[in-house]
Design a protein around this ligand. Structure first.
Ligand code: SF4
Ligand code: SF4
Length: 309
């Protein structure tokens, strides 16, 4: 008997059969601890179709208390948000206990995955909790994290075990390709058909600071919230929200334009215009240097008018 497919593409791979045969008594133990800033990642997840059915069928929540019985189940541990280091709250202690018993830790969203926006007095998960623990870690970054990525990773853990990961321990299933390589405006990027100001409907957003050329994520092909929309699709440059360098990007900020070298721009005129800009800057710098040198040199021979008067 078919029990119905989940609409999320990745989840449909093998999952229909599992749904049909699934035995709730085999449900995987799962602990999901949410700290400060966590709602932003959970909200889109709860609106993902198929989420409640998938979660309730294949996972059982162990609650928050790390009892010896719960730890013996070696749950999947999801950490989302930032966690207070307040000794009274005993969060540090609770996290340590769960990490000691978990079989895998998923760091969901930028705060947990990269330590972004960690307020003072909050734990550095990497240094203070995970440390040298050999426990497998999976990072699912983003602002917010893509619900499909979490469901896909959970699905993968159930069906095949740990997914392949990149150097930042992000699943390559979702974080292998550059956004730019799959973007509908890739042709425009190559030919130099760049949007010059916000609100312009079609064209590549490189000049408006798009970080698609240096961001690995699958937004350009799978879009958001089961719709056909995504950042670039609605005229907003990719800010590279799932990259470790977000939001500063080496001082460029979210909307600073990448250099043509960093972006791999091959379009002649923009390379040329940037070269001209660099040349102009160089000439100005040399001019200033000569001016400074001349002034300094001449200064040794200048007559101080004030002494004469
Ligand atoms: S720079 Fe941005 S808008 Fe242009 S092709 Fe790349 S991802 Fe698309
Ligand atoms: S397109 Fe870029 S900014 Fe938008 S969600 Fe994807 S990675 Fe983040």
């Amino acid at each position: 008997m078919r029990t119905g497919a989940l609409s999320l593409p990745l989840l449909s791979v093998g999952l229909e059969e599992l749904l049909a045969q699934g035995d709730p008594t085999q449900a995987e133990p799962l602990v999901w601890l949410k700290g400060h800033h966590s709602g932003i990642h959970s909200a889109p997840l709860f609106s993902a179709s198929g989420y409640p059915a998938f979660m309730s069928r294949f996972f059982r929540s162990l609650g928050n208390e790390p009892t010896s019985e719960a730890l013996a189940g070696h749950p999947i541990l999801i950490l989302e948000g930032s966690f207070s280091d307040d000794a009274l709250l005993k969060v540090h202690q609770t996290l340590n206990s769960w990490v000691s018993g978990a079989r895998v830790v998923i760091l969901l969203g930028n705060e947990a995955a990269y330590g972004n926006d960690r307020p003072e007095g909050y734990l550095d998960l990497e240094a203070e909790i995970l440390g040298d623990n050999p426990l497998p870690i999976i990072r699912i970054p983003g602002l917010p994290a893509q619900p499909r990525h979490l469901l896909g990773v959970l699905n993968h853990l159930l069906l095949y075990g740990l997914p392949d990961m990149d150097e930042f321990r992000r699943p390559t299933l979702f974080f292998e390709n550059l956004i730019c390589d799959r973007c509908a405006y890739r042709g425009a990027f190559e030919s130099g058909d760049f949007v010059k100001h916000f609100g312009q409907k079609e064209g590549c957003l490189y000049l408006l600071g798009c970080k698609g050329p240096v961001t690995r994520n699958d937004c350009a092909t799978h879009h958001w919230n089961g719709s056909n929309t995504w950042c670039v699709g609605v005229g907003s440059p990719c800010t590279g929200c799932s990259e470790p360098l977000f939001p500063t990007h080496h001082g460029l900020g979210m909307y600073g334009q990448l250099s043509h070298r960093a972006a791999g721009v091959r379009t002649g005129w923009i390379r040329h215009s940037e070269s001209l800009a660099y040349t102009a800057l160089g000439v100005t710098a040399v001019g200033l240097a000569i001016h400074g040198f001349t002034k300094h040199s001449l200064g040794q021979y200048q007559v101080d008018d004030s002494e004469e008067s």
